[in-house]
Design a protein around this ligand. Structure first.
Ligand SMILES: Nc1ncnc2c1ncn2[C@@H]1O[C@H](COP(=O)(O)OP(=O)(O)O)[C@@H](O)[C@H]1O
Ligand SMILES: [Mg+2]
Length: 309
């Protein structure tokens, strides 16, 4: 795979002195869906706006399809479609004219067949003559996507496409995104919903306080989520973990009357039965056991807290 977007050492300080991006390095692969997950104020919109050339970087560089976003702005921008966080449409304009007007803005030749294909794909064809103000919220968002796709970009940015949207519409949006990916469009979306990243992303980047804390294949993150912890309560506090239990990688809980055993939920053998046998063998008496699971939510909260944001 080749990187269609490449970001190196990107920093952005606003005139207010606010450092919204503190050195971001990121390669986005052609054809992937990347979810940028982060709390409000993390820098997600700043990152997207900078890639799209709307916000000027303080330092660092970005290329899109090999074009530098500053020196080769037109070439880079041509490859990008942007769906902004806020809905902004001309209320009296029809769906058809707002989408074909957007195409014209990019200096692309009029192509009614292309506009029709986009409207059909987004289930807007029946609404082509409706004024945008007559549309439901979900349809307005789809018009924004149609506008962003009108000049046939290779990379589509969706800034919080489902913020404040109900569950049904959120699922529709996920389906739309999956279809666009099938058409070969590279998709970067920002979200503060963990389940959204889980549902549609190929890779997840966690952003907080202007830093990209991790970028990882979703499958690998899920693998980590697959880890479970068994917490074993003891009747007596233990001075130290006996050598005979060294093999298990046990840790003490908050005090010395509990032991924590972490294992892979997906493993064929968890080793729990043998561990309990070996604990008894070592003369340790258990009073209770309980399991807990690490989730993407925990990984996320842990990371963001560590970062001090
Ligand atoms: N135009 C601006 N001028 C000054 N500060 C800004 C501006 N836009 C965003 N910020 C600040 O930069 C930080 C990141 O904002 P933003 O990129 O919008 O985050 P997110 O999209 O993740 O919520 C926030 O602290 C925000 O207040
Ligand atoms: Mg934002």
């Amino acid at each position: 795979m080749t990187a269609i977007v490449s970001i190196k050492g990107l920093r952005k300080a606003y005139a207010s002195g606010m450092e919204a991006l503190k050195g971001v390095d990121l390669d986005i692969e052609e054809g992937e869906i990347l979810a940028l997950l982060g709390p409000n104020g993390a820098g997600k919109t700043t990152l997207i706006s900078t890639i799209c050339g709307i916000t000027m970087p303080t330092s660092g560089s970005i290329t899109v399809g090999g074009h530098d976003t500053l020196k080769g702005y037109r070439g880079a921008r041509q490859l990008i479609g942007l769906v902004p966080q806020e809905i902004s449409l001309e209320p009296f304009e029809t769906v058809w004219s707002s989408v074909s007007f957007s195409r014209g803005l990019f200096g692309k030749r009029r192509d009614d067949a292309k506009i029709e294909a986009i409207l059909r794909q987004l289930s807007l064809w029946d609404k082509r003559d409706a004024k945008t103000m007559e549309l439901s919220g979900g349809m307005k968002r789809r018009v924004l996507i149609a506008k962003a796709l009108s000049h046939e970009p290779r990379v589509l940015f969706l800034d919080e496409p489902t913020a404040g949207v109900d569950v049904e519409l959120r699922k529709d949006m996920w389906e739309t995104v999956a279809q666009l990916k099938a058409d070969g469009v590279t998709i970067i979306l920002t979200t503060h919903y963990i389940e959204e990243a889980e549902a549609i992303a190929d890779r997840v980047g966690v952003i907080s306080g202007g830093r990209l804390l991790l970028v990882e294949e979703k499958a690998a993150l899920m693998q980590r989520m697959g880890r479970k912890t068994l917490s074993i309560e003891l009747t007596e506090p233990l001075e130290e973990i006996p050598d005979s239990l060294g093999l298990y990688d046990l840790e003490f809980g908050p005090d010395k009357t509990s032991l924590l055993y972490t294992y892979d939920r997906n493993a064929e053998r968890t080793g729990i039965a043998r561990l309990i046998g070996d604990l008894t063998e070592a003369g340790i008496v258990l009073s209770d056991i309980a399991t807990s699971q690490s989730s993407l939510e925990e990984i996320f909260v842990g990371l963001v807290k560590e970062d001090g944001a």
